[in-house]
Ligand binder design. Structure first.
Ligand code: PBG
Length: 336
């Protein structure tokens, strides 16, 4: 007998297309959602002539002076974006091998943090702890005879974290990948009476080609030159090691852990969330932003849809929040 779809009494019993048929039922069976509450907006601050200018490899992203950073904070608050992450483009004349300007309480990031806090804008402020925006060699730590010294770097990172906390940072985010820095920073913050300051550890941070536009934006690309960060950032092929990094950072007192980059490492985000159940953030980094924007500007993909889909993917993987340069754009879209 010839088979026809109607020949069986119950062919097929389960039709997964049934609930997909209407907007209302698609909404009801939706599993992951993207909300403005999930967003952290990274911004670039500058003292120099580049204020207001677009980062050429990140169309739609501008560098801001301190007043512009305050405007971004007010914009974030009005859009409902919970937090900003601040990254400085340091005057090349202020860079040295130790990254001394990182420890100056009057440095650009500290001034921006104070100005935002003084403005009363209701946003959390996340500040990177790492020396690369400040070092003449572009590395995140101290360089000696071609080696990045771990413990010497941690000592400086601890001082940097204290300076940032003093300026008013709500969250310090060590992105340097030195061993033991989370515990050292926690200890120092507590001793300084700053038990209130959170630590978001860049726990699983890979040595990635996707940071290129960021290094243009903060001006560290030229300093780093042909150098790479493979002696401290992770090998993109490693998964077990990411879980060990997260375990250590949580044991050392991290309040949140981050996986970075984002989309190429969704499996790591999922594993981290499943294994530890801790607040897990993802960083959709500069190169990911640049790829989506470039394709959209060429008319090769629908930029808005690709933006939302990429961010929803982080939620599906288990991320609690996402650092994304799309934050204001997607917040506007979600608010409609
Ligand atoms: C610095 C730092 C980097 C990023 C955030 N903090 C670059 C790097 O490690 O070289 C990259 C963010 C991005 O690409 O958007 N430690």
């Amino acid at each position: 007998m010839a088979f026809t779809p109607s020949s069986g009494p119950c062919f097929p019993t389960t039709r997964l297309r049934r609930p997909r048929a209407h907007d209302w039922s698609r909404r009801l069976v939706g599993e992951s959602r993207l909300s403005v509450d999930d967003l952290i907006w990274p911004i670039f601050v500058t003292d120099g002539p580049d204020a207001g200018a677009e980062v050429s490899s990140m169309p739609g992203v501008i560098r801001r002076d301190v007043a512009g950073a305050v405007e971004a904070a007010e914009e974030a608050a009005s859009l409902g974006i919970p937090a900003l992450a601040l990254f400085p483009q340091t005057d090349p004349g202020l860079k040295d091998p130790q990254g001394s300007y990182a420890l100056d309480p009057e440095n650009l990031v500290c001034r921006a943090v104070r100005a935002i806090k003084d403005s009363g804008a209701k946003v959390g402020l996340v500040c990177d702890v790492a020396l690369d925006p400040y070092t003449s060699h572009g590395h995140d730590g101290v360089l000696e005879n071609g080696c990045i010294l771990n413990d010497e770097s941690v000592a400086l990172l601890v001082s940097q974290a204290l300076v940032l906390a003093e300026a008013g940072a709500d969250v310090v985010a060590p992105s340097d990948m030195m061993d033991g820095r989370v515990g050292a920073i926690r200890h120092a913050l507590d001793n300084a009476g700053r038990q209130d300051v959170m630590i978001c550890a860049y726990a699983a941070k890979y040595a990635s080609a996707f940071y290129g536009p960021f290094r243009d934006a903060v001006g560290s690309a030229a300093n780093l030159g042909q150098g790479d960060k493979r002696t401290y950032q992770m090998n993109p092929g490693n998964r077990d090691e990411a879980l060990r990094e997260v375990a250590l950072d949580l044991a050392e007192g991290a309040d949140m852990v981050m996986v970075k980059p984002g989309l190429p490492y969704l499996d790591i985000i999922a594993a981290v969330k499943q294994e530890f159940g801790a607040p897990t953030f993802a960083y959709q980094v500069s190169g990911e932003y640049a790829m989506i924007r470039a394709a959209a500007l060429n008319g090769w993909i629908d930029g808005d849809k690709a933006m939302v889909e990429s961010l929803l993917a982080f939620k599906r993987a288990g991320a609690d929040a996402v650092l994304t340069y799309f934050a204001p754009m997607v917040a506007r879209l979600l608010g409609r």
